[in-house]
Design a protein around this ligand. Structure first.
Ligand SMILES: [Zn+2]
Length: 86
């Protein structure tokens, strides 16, 4: 995962492939609790599938995941997966 400025105009720094704007989902697991975030805006390389977030985007994803973990713990939803649409 990498964060770059002006990545829309740049090819993939790993393989030179074209970056495609898309929405991805990510799953996180902590202490047996799973949370899933979907609808995260990102750029994915068509060549090697490297994922690029907007500047600061990766931090926001981590923060959102942490919020879901807090919610899961507060509600004692220790089973199953908590899902959020971004
Ligand atoms: Zn690539």
């Amino acid at each position: 995962m990498k964060t770059q400025k002006g990545l829309m105009e740049q090819p993939c720094s790993e393989c030179g492939g074209t970056l495609e704007k898309t929405y991805i989902s990510r799953e996180f697991e902590r202490e047996g609790i799973k949370v899933r975030l979907s609808g995260i805006k990102a750029w994915v390389c068509k060549g090697c599938a490297e994922i690029y977030f907007q500047p600061g985007g990766a931090d926001k994803v981590v923060k959102a995941a942490n919020c879901l973990f807090e919610l899961a713990l507060a509600e004692e939803q220790h089973k199953g997966t908590l899902t959020a649409q971004v």
